[in-house]
Design a protein around this ligand. Structure first.
Ligand code: KIV
Ligand code: NA
Length: 265
């Protein structure tokens, strides 16, 4: 399993980091066997696995339930778990309590949290001092959807400057890596060049040190995906076909079978 430190070395060596999300045992096991470097139990599972419109409703207990299942399926990859909305924003103490539960109750190697303002950098620094590896997340941060919508961030010069300084603050606070979500490619490139720790992009161009996608988008499992996400498979169609084949086979077999005999007691 790559350590957080190893990911930083990979950046120095120019070895790109491949990250995918997982929310259950079966998917996690396949991704791990396939050689994915980091498996993220993203809170996007609220939307892709639980059917919510945003990531906001997910609770820490629900996240732990999924994270435990993912960890049972993973032997090689580094597993990182998203801290859900309002499980860490209240205070550094709350973040320590929540991240502590993730490390104590699952086999995960670290947590991810959103935002890079001064208070969040302080929280990251406290977690790191305890020995809890933290991945940051700036740009579009879906837990702020009520403020920003799911729109691209970092388009104005002031916004670009703010996101860059958040990324730098997170690195200084001790984060081992940072997700850059839905920002212009030139901004992602600038951040990736300025930082020593690896950037993991999603909808942030090709100049990041690694890439992450939501696995249901990669597999084409859902009915909707963001434009920047590439599908490598259309599982929606394949499963529909398989389920229809199954249904017609069951109905055909039932039609040719003798009516069932009830056994006498
Ligand atoms: O929740 C998630 O899946 C994520 C990735 C998109 C980075 O945070
Ligand atoms: Na997330």
């Amino acid at each position: 399993m790559p350590t957080p430190q190893q990911l930083i070395q990979w950046k120095q060596q120019g070895r790109a980091i491949a990250v995918l999300t997982a929310w259950d045992y079966a998917i996690a096991q396949i991704l791990d066997h396939a050689g994915v470097d980091v498996i993220l139990v993203g809170d996007s599972l609220a939307m892709v696995a639980l059917g919510h419109d945003t990531t906001l409703p997910l609770t820490l207990d629900e996240m732990l339930h999924h994270a435990k299942a993912v960890c049972r399926g993973v032997k090689q990859a580094l597993v990182i778990v998203d801290l859900p909305f309002m499980s860490y924003q209240e205070s550094p103490q709350q973040a320590i309590h929540s991240a502590g539960r993730v490390l104590k109750e699952t086999g995960a190697g670290g947590v991810k949290l959103e935002g890079g303002h001064a208070a969040m950098a302080e929280t990251v620094s406290k977690l790191v001092h305890i020995g809890i590896p933290v991945m940051g997340h700036v740009g579009l941060t879906p837990q702020s959807v009520r403020q920003t919508g799911f729109r691209q961030q970092g388009t104005s010069p002031e916004d670009k400057e703010r996101i860059l300084s958040e990324a730098i603050a997170l690195e200084q606070a001790g984060a081992f890596s940072i997700v850059l979500e839905h920002i212009p490619a030139d901004l992602a490139q600038t951040i990736s060049e300025k930082l020593t720790i690896p950037t993991i992009g999603i909808g942030a161009g090709h100049h990041c040190d690694g890439q992450v996608l939501v696995t249901s988008d990669v597999l084409g499992l859902g009915t909707w995906k963001p434009k920047f996400a590439k599908s490598y498979l259309n599982l929606y169609e394949l499963i529909t076909q398989a389920a229809q084949d199954y249904c017609s086979e069951v109905r055909q077999n039932a039609a040719i079978q003798e009516p069932r005999q009830f056994l006498e007691p």
